[in-house]
Design a protein around this ligand. Structure first.
Ligand SMILES: Cc1cc2nc3c(=O)[nH]c(=O)nc-3n(C[C@H](O)[C@H](O)[C@H](O)COP(=O)(O)OP(=O)(O)OC[C@H]3O[C@@H](n4cnc5c(N)ncnc54)[C@H](O)[C@@H]3O)c2cc1C
Length: 532
């Protein structure tokens, strides 16, 4: 700045400081101010931080909280492609958008949840906004910043992060010693929409749930929702009250878990005056315990679990509810995520006759609806595709390490959070069968501990090394498909990084209970970590 000021004073002496603009008005020119602004512009083009967090969804905001509170000396910024926070909960605006995890576990360990367990997208975003405001994190977010390329230099021990605006213009460049990837796992712009024959002939509206138009009026319309996962189970009861009728068209059935949207334990603890921090801790433990039991029982006694799920459904759908053919899945419970139905709302609408289910295939679209594989026709004014998303590894960002492009599909993962030969980077990939966010807190502690350890060792680079004894192991898919096999994963599994053998160190186990013990106990001086 000193150099700028002295240069400015020389220029001021040489140039007149008043001139006339095009309209003839006299304008005073403050050379010092102009030069300072230019200096700031140049500085703004490349900004340096200790850590860059990519993504301002629930993972990025939680990670920023951990970094700020556990490593207060580290400078950081959160880079976010969108113009608002929330990630998944900002992108998805279809009617009734809500979590299917309880917020006592989907919320953070450090911020009590005080509402009903299942929350709407807006309630989740409010919770996240509160976390930002309470911890003064808002100012650290750079919105409308799409990361296009991250390049690591071992000589400089720095990541260079190139960006663009959502409109495509070149954005500032950032540099940081450590990258904390919180960009999620799917494409926020392009949902998965199968190319159905004749879709162009359909005279009604075909809309994907991820691309919802909030001005759409569906009052009195015949609606067909294609899909049977959590999104379909949310959008169907939400549309059923205004629509003439909603039909759920599914290729195959899903397991549904109906339960009242309240926690008796939380209500009781509050009634006897327990503070919210303690309520949060106890109810979180309660949900985790129940989830663990469900996970174990779904493997050991799947038929019994199904009978219990049926009994819960009957409480809303009625005692004579028919489970064949639309509500009897071909896989065991929990092999795909269980769709939670708070207060059984979808089944109540089925009982009222406002919703029906059809298990069939789509042969082709017609001008008036869908012609099914069975030969039947479904009439529709609006077809909602609740067909899910496209997996997008690392937010579609091009990665390089010392000039060599990174092919994620050939990279071995260390515990589903770091990668062989990719220094100073961690990826927050949560749990599928437990709340995603449980891993945000676990990895938050781990990354802060790693950064602290590096500081103590005087190291500015950490690389993941596959121990010699394992180098002969074959790279295998990220997750075994007999363990968890939703179609978006099966479709694109080959694009994800790989697990190396069966040891928990070299795979994402998807086992929160095991990781809650293992991750805090990681030996940071183990042979997997190479520092320099
Ligand atoms: C409809 C729906 C409901 C779900 N419900 C649940 C649930 O109830 N429980 C559960 O555990 N999980 C649920 N999930 C999974 C869910 O995605 C995660 O739980 C969680 O919200 C993911 O958070 P995240 O912050 O890791 O990623 P995201 O929410 O995907 O956020 C990632 C952020 O990174 C930004 N980003 C991505 N790429 C770039 C880039 N190149 N440059 C800059 N920014 C980038 C995105 O714009 C986004 O804001 C649901 C998913 C969907 C789609």
């Amino acid at each position: 700045m000193q150099r700028a000021a002295s240069l400015a004073s020389i220029i001021s002496d040489l140039l007149p400081n008043r001139y006339r603009d095009r309209a003839g008005a006299e304008v005073e020119l403050d050379v010092t101010e102009v030069m300072e602004r230019q200096q700031q512009d140049i500085a703004r083009k490349t900004e340096d931080f200790d850590v860059l967090i990519i993504g301002a969804g629930i993972s990025g905001i939680g990670s920023a909280y951990h970094l700020k509170t556990q490593m207060p000396g580290k400078s950081f910024a959160i880079l976010e492609a969108k113009d608002d926070i929330g990630g998944t909960w900002h992108t998805h605006k279809y009617p009734g958008a809500r979590s299917d995890s309880d917020l006592y576990t989907f919320g953070y360990r450090f911020k009590p949840w005080i509402g009903p367990p299942i929350a709407t997208a807006e309630e989740i975003r409010k919770y996240l906004r509160d976390v930002l405001a309470e911890n003064d994190l808002d100012k650290s977010i750079r919105f409308s910043t799409v990361i296009t390329r991250c390049a690591w230099s071992s000589a400089e021990k720095l990541w260079t992060v190139e960006t663009r605006t959502p409109g495509g213009a070149e954005g500032p460049t950032y540099r940081a010693n450590f990258l904390w990837m919180c960009q999620g796992y799917y494409d926020h712009e392009n949902p998965y929409l199968p190319a159905w024959p004749g879709a162009g002939d359909f005279k009604g509206l075909l809309i994907h749930a991820q691309k919802w138009d909030e001005s759409l009026d569906y009052t009195g319309k015949k609606v067909v929702v294609i899909g049977s996962g959590a999104t379909a189970a949310t959008v169907i009861p939400a549309m059923a009250d205004k629509a003439a009728h909603v039909t759920m068209l599914q290729r195959s059935p899903t397991y549904f878990y109906c339960y009242p949207n309240r926690s008796d334990l939380a209500d009781r603890l509050r009634e006897i005056g327990v503070d919210e921090d303690t309520v949060h801790r106890c109810v979180r433990l309660d949900y985790l315990h129940n989830l663990k039991m469900l996970d174990r029982r779904a493997r050991e006694e799947p038929d019994m679990v199904f009978e219990e799920l049926k009994e819960l459904i009957r409480q809303y759908a009625g005692p004579d509810f028919e489970f064949e053919p639309n509500f009897t899945p071909s896989y065991r419970p929990w092999q795909q995520r269980l769709a939670f139905i708070p207060d059984g709302d979808m089944f109540e609408r089925i009982r009222e006759g406002k919703v029906s289910a059809v298990t069939d295939t789509i042969d082709h679209f017609t001008p008036g609806g869908i012609h099914l594989g069975s030969g039947k026709d479904l009439e529709a004014d609006i077809v909602v595709a609740a067909t899910g998303f496209n997996l997008l590894v690392m937010g579609g960002i091009a990665f390089e390490v010392d000039g060599v492009p990174v092919d994620w599909s050939k990279k071995a993962t260390y515990r589903g959070m770091m990668f062989e030969g990719v220094p100073n980077m961690a990826w927050v990939f949560g749990y599928f069968r437990a709340a995603w966010t449980l891993r945000v807190d676990l990895l938050g502690d781990f990354v802060c501990e790693l950064l602290r350890h590096m500081g103590e060792k005087g190291a500015s680079m950490v690389n993941i090394v596959v121990p010699a004894g394992l180098s002969g192991e074959t790279l295998m898919p990220w997750i075994e498909d007999d363990n968890f096999n939703p179609s978006y994963l099966v479709r694109d599994m080959d694009k994800l990084p790989k697990r190396l053998g069966e040891q928990p160190e070299w795979r994402h186990t998807q086992d929160y209970w095991r990781e809650a013990v293992d991750i805090p106990a990681i030996n940071l001086d183990g042979e997997e970590f190479a520092y320099s």
